[in-house]
Design a protein around this ligand. Structure first.
Ligand code: CUA
Length: 349
């Protein structure tokens, strides 16, 4: 952001119309506010009682013209606002038949989204330019609210029922996705990005996995953020899960007693069945990512976790031998010995 902006970018077919109505309301309000204030000031001075012996002014009774003027003008203005607003409201509630449907699930504290072909994302939404998009939304827990300011759309997302919202993106770019209903401690961080892409870019995004030009570590890092892992796995206050820097390859104490080596299999198991073997001292809140990530993506996330394994205090359990770089290990297909030389990583595609 370079300078203070009154309005977010206008990036949907509604944006211009919503802004216009908003401007109308603002200008009418300003005219009346300023007009009334100035009249007050002027009349107060003009007709003030100038001396003690000046007689009190006579009251005026009944002026039909005045009464009609101050009733009819506000009535007309109110009608304009009502019908204009209602017209826009109906337009925003009437989903076009050719809209592409995105399934949205709100959950403390993330947005889960699914595309028509089954592809899922978390806290990110990719949509094609110029295509009406309908979001069919529900919540797994409390009331959330799906809000994209640049599209001028906002809709509550409720547990136990479906709500809808639609928009047609009109501008390539990256926009904000917010939760606009207070839903708990992490409410302010429940959000992400909406990416508006050309239809052909969207098609290839739908087909493809992570960007082919990224290394597994880079792709894994992107996934770690976009899937919302970073929301809980951090060091800060309110972290719901352990910070994962320095964890890979170390022994971790389990809630059920004993310890486990944090290796590829453990990380994959933790994503698929988070409550199975939980690290001691953490709440059982992690959602399962079963079906939401491909094996290739899991592999990339593991590559990323390996890459940050040495960033905290050096762990004592790593081997002396120089480990193969995670990138090269993961780029090779089939079975690869991991750095301990004992366990094997299954490379599935
Ligand atoms: Cu979800 Cu606020």
């Amino acid at each position: 952001m370079n300078e203070f902006e009154l309005f977010p970018e206008a990036a949907s077919s509604f944006a211009g119309e919503v802004d216009l109505l908003y401007w109308f309301l603002t200008i009418v309000s300003v005219i009346f506010t300023v007009g009334i204030a100035l009249a007050l000031l002027y009349l107060g001075i003009r007709y003030r009682r100038k001396s003690e012996d000046e007689p009190a002014p006579e009251e005026i009774h009944g002026s039909n013209l005045l009464e009609i003027v101050w009733s009819v003008i506000p009535l007309i203005l109110a009608f304009v606002m009502f019908f204009w607003g209602a017209h826009l409201f109906f337009k925003m509630r009437t989903v076009p038949a050719d809209a592409m449907e995105i399934l949205v699930t709100g959950k403390q504290w993330m947005w889960k989204l699914q595309h028509p072909n089954g592809k899922r994302e978390i806290n990110n939404l990719h949509v094609p330019l110029g295509q009406p998009v309908k979001c069919t939304m529900t919540s797994e827990d409390v009331i959330h609210s799906f809000y994209v300011p640049e599209f001028r759309v906002k809709q509550d997302v409720l547990p136990g029922r479906y709500t809808q919202l639609w928009f047609t993106p009109t501008k390539i770019g990256t926009y904000h996705l917010f939760c606009a209903e207070f839903c708990g401690t992490e409410h302010s961080r429940m959000g992400g990005k909406v990416y508006v892409m050309t239809p052909s870019d969207y098609e290839s995004w739908l087909e493809g996995g992570a960007d082919a030009s990224l290394s597994p570590v880079e792709a894994g890092e992107l996934l770690f953020t976009s899937l919302g892992c970073a929301t809980c796995h951090h060091d800060g206050k309110n972290s719901q899960g352990p910070n994962l820097a320095g964890v890979f390859g170390t022994m971790q104490p389990l809630d059920s007693g004993g310890e486990i080596l944090a290796d590829e299999n453990y990380i994959k198991d933790s994503m698929m069945n988070p409550q199975g073997q939980i690290v001691r001292g953490y709440p059982k809140v992690m959602p399962s990512f079963k079906g939401m990530v491909t094996d290739a993506q899991i592999t990339q996330i593991i590559a990323y976790l390996k890459s940050i394994a040495g960033t905290e205090e050096a762990d004592s359990t790593t081997d002396e031998e120089t480990p193969e770089s995670p990138e090269s290990a993961l780029l090779n297909d089939a079975l690869e010995p991991d750095t301990t030389g004992q366990r094997y990583v299954r490379m599935e595609q």
